[in-house]
Design a protein around this ligand. Structure first.
Ligand SMILES: [Zn+2]
Length: 416
């Protein structure tokens, strides 16, 4: 019975450990620097291609270098069920963010291969190019082009700090394919990922069934008052931009606390000018990051921010400009894919909860063009984008078993 089928946790862990040598940061226990299309990324791509070919998978790439490793199904007319994530890392990243999702896909394919199981749909394991955005901004650029969010020309023109474009790095890598980006219908996209947050660990749960990704709005704020002498200007005559900005910071924090469990607000950058001990700042620049699972919530938060700004302009005698910088709408994943993930998790008797992703993933974009869902496993102390990032072999195996069983269920249940 395919419902009894399990991955090899040892083999998956061995793949994670073996590929960590491509970009391991010397002198650290687990730190990784595997920037997109660097020599290290090219090396792990070659490793991945060889491992897939070893079990009879055909590997192709599209014009932005995303790799598709395909295991044929029994019904040739059906589009592939994809298992995708990314093999690139942050400059001081870990060996699980993204990598785990791709190598778990490989482990699912190896398990099917060993058991001699042929699914109805083809199964494709995908390594999306440049998910992290660490070498080339923006993040998730290849899945974004795949989904029609960015043009290919725009993506290939993005340059790293040395002025090397993604297109140039791709040409040098040998991984640029002939296939038009996005000309590749998917029956579904499953992504297994570490949580990158502390919730599962804190609640001592084994699996997160990820129902969507919260929406994000970014703003730049400039508070303008009047620079003045710290010793000669009476308090009641000041137009202190820092003081007004400090009150705004409190208002922003209140906005984040307004809808507990849903709303989040952050000021990540806060700079006062001119920056002198005996001068009251005439200008403060700060950033605001608002997050909420639904658009109505984001609208409420943005309205509250604007109200707070208007009130402070009146009471503090300063001018405040609010400029939208970026916005990412909330994503709701596909009920059919989530059913398959939830059903598999329950059948495997793993403790679990439904949750939202706080971070962006390739699945945010694939959700626009294919039924998509994600699975989370806990990571130690919720730490990610950090050389200390860690998961346990048991958690790694559990997540991959959910992935395997969910893909098999979806394959049986879906005719497109
Ligand atoms: Zn990731």
């Amino acid at each position: 019975m395919t419902t009894d089928l399990r991955v090899s946790g040892e083999r998956l862990w061995a793949s994670l450990s073996e590929t960590a040598r491509f970009g391991a940061i010397p002198g650290t226990e687990r730190g990784m620097c595997r920037l997109t299309l660097s020599d290290e990324d090219i090396a792990v791509r070659h490793w991945f291609v060889a491992a897939c070919r070893e079990i009879g998978m055909a590997v192709t790439s599209d014009r932005i270098g995303t790799l598709f490793a395909r295991r044929e199904g029994s019904e040739p007319g059906l589009p592939p069920i994809a298992i995708g994530s990314h093999l690139d890392t942050q400059p001081t990243g870990g060996r699980f963010d993204g990598i785990y999702g791709v190598l778990a896909g490989l482990e699912v394919a190896r398990t099917l291969h060993d058991a001699g199981i042929v699914t109805r749909h083809p199964i494709e394991v995908i390594d999306w190019t440049n998910e992290e955005g660490a070498r080339f901004a923006p993040a998730m650029v290849a899945s974004g082009v795949f989904a029609g969010v960015f043009s290919l020309d725009y993506a290939l023109a993005q340059e790293d700090r040395d002025g090397v474009s993604l297109g140039e790095a791709l040409a040098r890598s040998g991984f640029a394919g002939e296939q038009d980006v996005g000309a590749h219908p998917l029956a579904a996209h499953f992504e297994l990922h570490i949580e990158q947050g502390p919730v599962l660990e804190a609640e001592q749960l084994e699996i997160g069934v990820v129902s969507g990704v919260q929406g994000i709005r970014w703003f730049d704020v400039v508070v303008k008052g009047q620079t003045c002498h710290a010793g000669t200007t009476p308090m009641h005559l000041r137009r202190d931009a820092l003081h007004a900005a400090a009150r705004l910071a409190i208002a922003v924090d209140d906005i984040g606390r307004s809808d507990p469990g849903a709303s989040l607000s952050t000021i990540g950058l806060f700079q006062a000018y001119p920056g002198s001990r005996n001068t009251a700042p005439g200008e403060v620049r700060l950033t605001v990051d608002l997050r909420h699972p639904d658009v109505a919530g984001l609208d409420r938060m943005e309205a509250a921010l604007k109200n707070a700004i208007a009130a402070l302009e009146a009471s503090q005698n300063v001018a405040i400009t609010l400029s939208p910088v970026w916005s990412s709408p909330p994503v709701t994943f596909d009920p059919g894919v989530l059913d398959a993930i939830g059903g598999a998790t329950r059948r495997l008797s793993y403790s679990h909860r439904t949750m939202l992703s706080g971070a962006g993933h390739d699945s945010v974009y694939t959700a626009r063009v294919a039924p998509t869902g994600m699975i989370f496993v806990p990571c130690e102390n919720g730490i990610s984008h950090n050389i200390a990032e860690s998961i346990t072999p048991a958690d790694a195996a559990r997540g991959a078993n959910v992935l395997l069983q969910a893909v098999l269920d979806y394959d049986r249940a879906t005719n497109i």
